[in-house]
Structure formats: structure tokens, C-alpha cells
Unconditional design. Structure first.
Length: 260
């Protein structure tokens, strides 16, 4: 995974934040919770999570040095940030148990979700909760356009498996949570109907998310050519012919919450 750009990611902070609040609504509030936020990004929503839950302490974890720099610039009492990988956290079977393992728009970058969720369940306290939001938009134009351009001869050798999502179907998560012994669960498919000001904003959205792993594998010149080709491919798929017209940009997400 390449370096994340906090400023680029936050260009659509309001649109990206709504699923966080919807996921937070699925969490049962309990006294003095110990919370971990995996893939916490800039840390802004980690602080909201901590304050809304009245948590005893909350730890935000993210692998991006740039994101950590932003997170540590806004200290909140009871909130700490650690740079590290989600996979390493999940695999640490002897690590601290948490009352809530929370992750908003991060786990889709990781493979083998059955194994990952099993490991995350192992990091929960006896009555712990798991709350996860993952995009489920991989068959939408924003993603299929990127894969189509990556298959072109000019880019194919550089971009093999640049992003192979590990996201399961909704019913598979329900089955997985049942097998892992959670006593209650919610698995909800939600569509967020964004209207972007112009078609160029769709490219700006992708720059802050789906295009990041492609950017990491290309030189500056190669990426500039890739993004130009991506924009042309995306505009055609969106049916967006002009730069001065709004674009309807629906985004599908899975909200997953479970309690022991």
C-alpha cells in the first residue's frame, strides 16, 4: 500500500464520515469501555468515537506515517495513536483485550476475511463487540474503470493485483459471525447516494482511496498517464460528457456489528 494523503482523503470528509456515524449507532454503549480503532486515518473520527462512547481509553492504529502525524496533532484525553498494521494487531493473540474493536473503511484492503475476523474476535473481552464498515463498491464504475485501465499493456506489468479486495458477501459475514460465536449481530448493506459537483470530483474522490495502491506502483509520469486514462474511462462509464454538470455517484457499503 502506498502513502496515504490526509488532505486528499479529507476532501470528501462529510461524505466519507456518514458511514462512520451509522456504524457507531450500532454499538452498544457500556461503562468504561476499552476501544481500539483500526485504520484510524487522521484520527478525527477516533476522537469522536471516544467521546461519543464515553470510553475509558481509545487507541487508534494506522500504518500510514502521514496519517499518524495528523492524528497526533490533535490530542484528546484518553486517546492515543500507534503506527502499525491491522494484520499485526489481529495476529497478536497475547495482546490486550478490548471491549470494542472498531474499523471504519479499512479492512477491505486486507485479504482472507474469515481468518482476519477470527483473529479480531480473539482480541475481544468476554462481552466485547466488533463493529466494521467496509466498502462494497468494487463492481461500480469507480473501481471497474481502474481495473480496466490497469489491464492495458502500458500498465499491466506494473499493476498486477494492485487491489484485490477481500470483501465477502453480506450473508457470508452473517454466517462467519455465527460460526465465531457472536450472540447477536447486524449485517446491513447501505447505499450512500452522493451527488458530486462535476465529473472531475469523481476522480478526486478516487485519488483519496481506490487509486492509492495504483499510485504506489507507478512513477510520477506513469501515474499521470494512468490517471488521464482512468478519467477518460470513468467519464465514459458514468455517462458524464461535460465538466460543468453534477454527477450522481452512489456508494455501497457494508455495516457489520456483533456482540459476544
Amino acid at each position: 500500500m502506498g502513502a496515504w494523503n490526509p488532505q486528499q482523503y479529507l476532501r470528501f470528509r462529510r461524505e466519507r464520515a456518514q458511514p462512520f456515524y451509522d456504524l457507531l449507532d450500532l454499538v452498544a454503549r457500556r461503562q468504561r469501555m476499552r476501544v481500539v480503532d483500526l485504520g484510524c486515518g487522521t484520527g478525527a473520527l477516533t476522537c469522536v468515537l471516544h467521546e461519543r462512547l464515553g470510553a475509558a481509553r481509545t487507541t487508534g492504529i494506522d500504518s500510514s506515517e502521514d496519517m499518524m502525524r495528523s492524528a497526533r496533532a490533535m490530542p484528546v484525553a484518553g486517546v492515543t495513536f500507534e503506527q502499525g498494521g491491522i494484520e499485526e494487531f489481529a495476529a497478536d493473540a497475547e495482546g490486550e483485550a478490548f471491549d470494542l474493536v472498531f474499523s471504519n473503511a479499512a479492512l477491505h484492503w486486507l485479504p482472507d476475511h474469515p481468518r482476519l475476523f477470527e483473529q479480531l474476535a480473539g482480541r475481544l473481552s468476554d462481552e466485547g463487540q466488533l463493529a466494521v464498515q467496509v466498502p462494497d463498491n468494487f463492481d461500480y464504475h469507480s473501481h471497474t474503470a481502474a481495473r480496466a485501465v490497469a489491464e492495458r499493456p502500458a500498465f499491466r506489468d506494473h499493476l498486477e493485483r494492485a487491489h484485490a479486495p477481500g470483501v465477502l458477501r453480506a450473508e457470508q459475514y452473517a454466517e462467519l459471525l455465527h460460526r465465531l460465536g457472536f450472540r447477536s449481530q447486524t449485517v446491513r448493506l447501505a447505499v450512500y447516494p452522493h451527488v458530486l459537483p462535476t465529473r472531475r470530483h469523481a476522480v478526486e474522490w478516487a485519488r483519496g482511496s481506490i487509486l492509492t495502491p495504483y499510485r504506489a506502483r507507478l512513477t510520477d509520469d506513469e501515474y499521470a498517464a494512468f490517471e488521464d486514462a482512468y478519467a477518460e474511462e470513468l467519464f465514459g462509464r458514468l455517462g458524464a460528457d461535460r465538466d460543468d454538470e453534477p454527477v450522481f455517484f452512489p456508494y455501497r457499503r457494508l455495516l457489520i456489528a456483533a456482540r459476544r
